[in-house]
Design a protein around this ligand. Structure first.
Ligand SMILES: [Fe+2]
Ligand SMILES: [Fe+2]
Length: 176
């Protein structure tokens, strides 16, 4: 695996960890636990800042843009990027709906929308790890890989504070 996609796969692992904890909390709420608003607010903060602003930004602003260049497109046997972008949008919408449910204290809505998000993001990550990233490793040359890596680290530096906060949430959630 190239370093660029390895970074993204590792970020997926953090997202999946948090998503597992959210799913567990949904199960608890479903079996009668009171809606823990603080938990869901924290989970939504993580998704927005880590999954979206941190991880999806690397895909949308950097990697996908490279893959969409004509010279690269010629070498791809299919183009899943439109679909990936559509799924990012869908995910943002589910998160918004979950947030609305949390604000209203509507447990049923929170569970439903959070589960929609969980299913979507698991499926999305599976497709990226197994289809899109291997494709990217094959299609992009060494110079482009190096260039992407530089841009990744520049993008990370800008969001360093949020990243640290999000990684604390991952660690906290792991202990739940
Ligand atoms: Fe993605
Ligand atoms: Fe991703």
């Amino acid at each position: 695996m190239e370093k660029t996609t390895k970074i993204l796969v590792d970020e997926h692992k953090n997202i999946l960890k948090v998503v597992d904890v959210i799913e567990h909390e949904c199960d608890l709420v479903e079996s009668g636990k009171k809606l823990d608003k603080d938990f869901f607010i924290k989970a939504i903060y993580f998704i927005r800042n880590y999954a979206d602003k941190f991880h999806h930004a690397k895909e949308e602003d950097i990697l996908f843009k490279e893959l969409l260049k004509d010279s690269v497109q010629e070498r791809l046997h299919c183009n899943p990027i439109e679909q990936m972008l559509h799924e990012h949008e869908k995910g943002r919408n589910f998160v918004k709906l979950t947030e609305t449910g949390v604000k209203k204290g509507n447990s049923k809505k929170v569970i439903e929308d959070a589960r929609n998000y969980i299913n979507l993001i698991r499926d999305h990550i599976y497709k990226e790890d197994n289809i899109l990233y291997p494709m990217s490793d094959e299609a992009l040359d060494k110079k482009t890989q190096k260039d992407i890596l530089d841009r990744f680290s520049k993008a990370d530096k800008l969001k360093d504070k949020d990243k640290k906060k999000c990684l604390l949430i991952v660690n906290e959630f792991k202990k739940r």
